[in-house]
Design a protein around this ligand. Structure first.
Ligand code: AMP
Ligand code: MN
Ligand code: MN
Ligand code: MN
Length: 287
């Protein structure tokens, strides 16, 4: 039987702590046979990941996790098997990266008022690529002793109602799915249970996603419980969506999520990796 592919992971190109190469090698060592690198709003890590996959015993699916504002909240859309050179995708991601630069300055100003000077430089020192995100601020704040770990630093400083929070103004669902499709990819709603939407609102998201041309939803996710697997397997079936699986791995610092440990999809799911044409932009070592 085939091992469940891991179709959601991060590298230093966004807010992961392993370089694309180290990530690919670690996944291969953990027995992952198919890995998607899906950094936030960037494809900058894909070249290095592809080269590493060509030397290791693993298939690399080029991907991206696009930040979207939907229903007044941030929703993440994973694009799988995208052409990383697609101009429409690159233009779209570029806009999000520019917004991130502006937001980082805003976050730093707010943290300065809360007594943390040098937050922009501090966050940048944790960003190993060009992309900047809240996780980099969180690492800076932990370093400054603001809280013991990332989770509590987010809770006390970086979420709605807290001193360093800036409400996200990302792209629309329609645009994100459009860029992914322009790049030949498959658009998947990331970690749906994380949004804590009501049943009605979740149904609306799934329906709109489909109307926009989205075709999948993460059923198995590093941030889902066993119950969530079954809930979203049902949602997928009801909406005619493919099911995806991904750890959302960000690095070895988080002991709760490890590569190569994903369970199989619940029975009855249509796995996205069985969709015709899936894998056409993938890389792996020649046999
Ligand atoms: P951003 O896209 O820059 O707003 O940052 C979102 C990222 O922050 C997510 O992808 C997670 O990696 C991280 N994150 C969000 N909430 C938390 C949390 N409560 N604990 C740890 N990391 C979090
Ligand atoms: Mn992240
Ligand atoms: Mn996400
Ligand atoms: Mn992610």
């Amino acid at each position: 039987m085939h091992k469940t592919p891991d179709l959601h992971s991060h590298s230093t190109a966004s807010d992961g702590t392993l370089t694309p190469e180290a990530l690919v090698l670690r996944a291969a060592a953990a027995g992952v046979t198919t890995l998607a690198l899906t950094d936030h709003d960037t494809v900058a890590g894909l070249d290095e990941a592809r080269r590493a996959a060509e030397r290791a015993d693993i298939t690399l699916i080029p991907g991206v996790e696009v930040s979207v504002t939907w229903g007044g909240r941030t929703v993440h859309i994973v694009g799988l098997d995208v052409d990383p050179d697609c101009p429409e995708l690159l233009r779209g991601l570029d806009g999000l990266q520019q917004y991130r630069v502006w937001r980082a300055e805003e976050i730093a100003q707010r943290l300065s008022k809360a007594g943390f000077d040098g937050a922009l430089e501090g966050a940048k020192s944790h960003a190993k690529g060009t992309l900047i995100g809240r996780t980099h601020f969180a690492r800076f704040l932990v370093e400054r002793g603001a809280a013991a770990d990332l989770r509590s630093v987010f809770k006390h400083y970086l979420v709605s109602g807290k001193p360093g929070h800036v409400a996200g103004e990302w792209t629309t669902l329609d645009q994100a799915v459009g860029w992914i499709r322009a790049a030949g990819g498959h658009a998947v709603i990331a970690h749906p249970a994380r949004y804590k939407f009501t049943r009605t609102k979740m149904r609306r998201l799934l329906a709109e996603h489909r109307e926009c041309g989205g075709i999948g939803v993460e059923v198995v996710s590093g941030s889902h419980s066993r119950d969530d697997y079954f809930t979203f397997a049902r949602h997928a079936a009801e909406n005619g969506l493919y099911a995806s699986a991904g750890s959302d791995y960000h690095g070895p610092e988080n002991p709760w999520i490890e590569l190569g440990r994903l369970p199989a999809l619940p029975e009855g799911c249509r796995a996205i990796w069985t969709r015709p044409g899936f894998g056409r932009f993938s890389a792996r070592a020649a046999a």
